[in-house]
Structure formats: C-alpha cells, structure tokens
Design a protein around this ligand. Structure first.
Ligand code: IPD
Length: 283
C-alpha cells in the first residue's frame, strides 16, 4: 500500500514535540539516575521512561497496527509494515546534567529495526528539546528545520530546507563524534580520536548522536562518525541527513549495518572512511 508519508511525518513531529515538552517542563530538580543498563555510564532517568511511555501511548492510539521499538521498553511487532523507532531522550547524560543538548527522536521505519541493515526510515522528526528546534524529513521529500527566532517568538516557527554543504576538505572540517558506554570500546575510541584530531579542523562530542547528525544536515558540523550507535539513536536523523543530500553509511556497507556510522556530504565521508578503516578494528 502507498504510505502517506506527509501524515507519518506530521505524527512523528507531534509526538516528538509532546515528549520534548514533557521532559523540559517536568524535569525534576533532584533528577537522578533511575537505573543503569549496559554499564555504570549507561544511565536511564525516570524521564526517559515517562517520555517513552508517552510516545508509545500516543503512537499506539493514532496507529494501533504499527509496531513500536523504543530504547527503554522493548518492542511491539507491526501488522501494518510500519514500526516506530523512538529514542525518548537522546543525550541522556546531557539531560541529567541539564546541559541543553538532548533530543526526542521519532521515526517511522519499514523493515525490521531489530536487524541491522534490514530497515529504513521513511518519515521522521528529531526535536531539540531545550531549544525547541524541530528537524523533519520524509523519504523522497526534503529535510526541513522548524525554528522559532527567540527575538521574535510571536512570528512562530520559520521553516528552512536543509541542504548538506558539499566539501571534501577534511582538514577544514568540524567533525562530530560520540562514545559508547563500554570501557573497552571507549579506550579504542580514544585511540581513534587521537589519530583523527590532527587531521581535521576540530572535534566536537555533543552528547546526542541524533542532534549531531541533524547538525551535519544543517551545517553546524561538517561530518560525523561514531562506532556502536543503536537504531533509536540513528533512525530519525539518518533521514534528515540523506534527504538533505548527505550520505549515511558504515565503513563497509552503504547502509549502516556496520558498527561504525559515518555521515556527511559525500566528499567528506569519502575522505573520512579510508582514514577510519585504517584505525577501527572490526568488532
Ligand atoms: C547516546 C548519545 C551519545 C552517543 C551514544 C548514545 P542516549 O544516546 O546519542 O551522543 O555517543 O552512543 O548511546 O543513551 O543518550 O540515548
């Protein structure tokens, strides 16, 4: 059946905005760590859980036949062919410390999001919760940023089409990256950073992979790489980058089934991949 991608995109945006409001408006003053997951550094707050429960309820009410695949609460299998992949707070550690760089990512995907490389996003929204910026995309459409000028809030959100700026000059590139939660993986990531840093303009570790990727589409970062992203970190912003004309790939695959994700304009991705190939040991 033909998918109504505009309707899916608008639902993704509504849900991401509603969850973003919840995590900003109801952030407890004494917010603490509710649980740890894969390691002591991999934390969950009560607001990750509440945001995901809200997304699940809103999406389940709007489209009961769709599947759900969230970071915190597991899966529901689809009968419609669409599964919602949700990161209820991407950038949980920033959120815990009240650093304003965290997002809600809501993505309608086709395929099976639990199998690397077997799924693709078709309509998505990533909302930068602290700033209110919303990044939306739909397959074969465009990637757009909806931003309200803080000096003229009465004008409402202004819409801007995102176009990834082409370049192949890695030495002049601001490169984003991120680190996983496993100590051995981190030690390897530190060694890779040591090699990449002298070859780029600079490196940023923003703490929200979804925002980093949207920022690549927007031009706030030139290129991005990270090892070990999960589908919920990636699903929403992947489409924002590709619909902005950029590339999202693994080191060895065109689709990011690979443990390493590289994103940016084709020229910069083409310059970064061979450098990373020489550095990142296969997992
Ligand atoms: C994390 C963030 C971080 C990235 C990690 C992710 P979470 O997501 O996106 O920037 O480096 O790999 O796990 O845990 O805050 O949803």
């Amino acid at each position: 059946a033909d998918l109504d991608l505009a309707a899916l995109e608008s639902l993704a945006l509504d849900v991401a905005r509603t969850c973003a409001r919840l995590i900003v408006d109801e952030r407890p003053r004494d917010l603490g760590v509710a649980a740890t997951k894969s390691s002591r550094t991999d934390v969950v707050t009560v607001m990750d859980q509440r945001s995901e429960a809200l997304a699940r309820e809103l999406l389940g009410t709007a489209r009961p036949d769709d599947g759900f695949h969230g970071e915190e609460s597991g899966r529901v299998t689809a009968t419609s062919g669409i599964t919602w992949v949700v990161d209820p707070i991407d950038g949980t550690v920033n959120y815990l410390y009240d650093i304003p760089a965290y997002a809600v990512s809501v993505a309608a995907v086709v395929g099976d999001p639990s199998v690397p490389g077997a799924w693709a996003p078709v309509a998505t929204a990533v909302v930068d919760a602290a700033r209110g910026d919303a990044y939306v995309a739909r397959r074969g459409g465009s990637a757009r940023l909806l931003r309200t000028d803080p000096r003229r809030p009465e004008a409402g959100p202004q819409e801007q089409t995102l176009v990834c700026v082409e370049s192949d000059d890695l030495g002049a590139a601001l490169c984003g990256t991120g680190f996983g939660y496993d100590a051995d993986v981190r030690a390897g990531q530190g060694r890779v950073v040591a090699e990449v840093l002298p070859r780029v303009r600079d490196i940023r570790r923003g703490g929200s992979a979804a925002l980093d990727l949207c920022w690549v589409a927007e031009g706030r970062l030139d290129v991005y790489y990270e090892r070990g992203l999960h589908e919920w970190d990636l699903a929403g912003a992947w489409l924002v980058v590709t619909e902005a004309g950029g590339v999202v790939r693994g080191l060895h695959d065109t689709a990011p089934a690979d443990p390493v994700t590289v994103a940016g304009p084709a020229g910069l991705v083409g310059a970064l991949v061979p450098l990373l190939e020489g550095l990142v040991e296969p997992s």
